[in-house]
Design a protein around this ligand. Structure first.
Ligand SMILES: Cc1ncc(C[n+]2csc(CCOP(=O)(O)OP(=O)(O)O)c2C)c(N)n1
Ligand code: SF4
Length: 311
């Protein structure tokens, strides 16, 4: 039994359970792709029957970071680029918690890029949604790590001189065990992919293409998507690392040629999560540490004694 079993009221969980009682008027621009992420995430949680009390949503700084103002679960609005270390820490002390981290491409692949590679490497059991709109939205459209080479903005008047980050390839080489790309224009697939990502035991990375009609009118995010699992044109094994790498490479190039491919790219089921690795080494208890805070007074007295020794 986990600590959340008592919460289960037996009633069906619906998307509305994730809507704040006093619902704020979203400050996202009309037509912004971020609305789709909110809808897909609420839908995924209700498909999974997860109560809001069992869920922690950690968001970064950016338009995307406003997600937890409109999503009623436990929430933490982290500083820029720091969703993953916070989410990891929460999951380490309370593994019954469903941890979802979410932020923009600037947040995740730029300032938080180091955390991205190491969280993937360690295979923490959590879901990471990156709103990939290819610009810094909140700070008014500067070029971001996923902006195409040559992209012009107020700070890049002569066009970006760098090649863009290839996020799925990066996640794969770093060691993520579930990698997918979906698009705001594809709400059904987005919701299904989020269900699979959240259910996955290990680090699940979802590159979510979100259009920014205010600052990135030329992005490929508006082009109708192709689902690589549905299309006869593509045939690859999502459990085969080499085949997945080739498909990712093709997909990430295609985006910059104006063709949007989406789907599941890599799924590795049999790898231990970081929590399991630590438990196998007797470095982490089987039951959540957060529970011991309430159950085992002595343990905490001992740790306070240890603290005293350092003062
Ligand atoms: C340490 C730090 N550096 C810079 C900023 C300024 N800043 C706020 S949001 C943002 C970019 C957001 O872009 P992105 O992560 O792509 O999210 P979006 O707004 O597009 O959803 C920046 C640079 C900040 N808040 N903190
Ligand atoms: S600036 Fe772009 S990303 Fe931000 S809310 Fe508006 S459309 Fe969305």
């Amino acid at each position: 039994m986990n600590q959340f079993d008592a919460i289960d009221s037996g009633e069906e969980v619906t998307s509305d359970d994730y809507t704040p009682e006093i619902e704020p008027q979203p400050t996202w621009c009309p037509g912004c792709g971020d609305y789709s992420v909110l809808k897909a995430l609420k839908g995924a949680m209700s498909d999974l029957g997860r109560d809001p009390e069992e869920v922690l949503l950690v968001t970064g700084i950016g338009c995307s970071g406003k997600l937890n103002s409109y999503f009623d679960s436990y929430g933490f609005h982290a500083i820029h680029g720091r969703t993953l270390p916070l989410g990891r820490a929460a999951k380490m002390v309370n593994e019954d918690l469903e941890v979802v981290a979410a932020g923009g491409d600037g947040d995740g692949y730029g300032i938080g890029g180091n955390h991205f590679t190491h969280t993937a490497r360690e295979n923490h059991d959590m879901t990471y949604i990156v709103f990939n709109n290819e610009v810094f939205g909140l700070t008014k459209g500067q070029s971001s790590p996923t902006s195409p080479k040559g992209h012009t903005s107020k700070t890049q008047l002569k066009g970006v001189a760098k090649d863009p980050v290839r996020p799925m390839s990066l996640a794969l080489s770093a060691g993520a065990s579930f990698i997918a790309r979906t698009a705001a224009t594809n709400p059904k697939q987005a919701q299904e992919i989020l269900v699979e990502a959240i259910e996955h035991d290990g680090f699940a990375h979802v590159d979510f293409l979100t259009q920014c009609p205010t600052w990135n009118k030329d992005g490929a995010q508006y082009v109708p998507y192709i689902d690589v699992q549905e299309s006869d044109e593509y045939d690859f094994d999502v459990t085969d690392r080499r085949e997945a790498a080739e498909m990712m490479h093709e997909t990430e190039q295609a985006l910059y040629d104006g063709k949007v491919l989406t789907g599941r790219y890599y799924v590795e089921e049999d790898r231990r999560t970081y929590q399991e690795e630590k438990q196998a080494r007797d470095e982490m208890p089987e039951s959540p540490v957060v529970g011991q805070y309430f159950d085992d007074e002595k343990e905490w007295e001992r740790s306070y004694e240890r603290l005293d020794r350092h003062t």
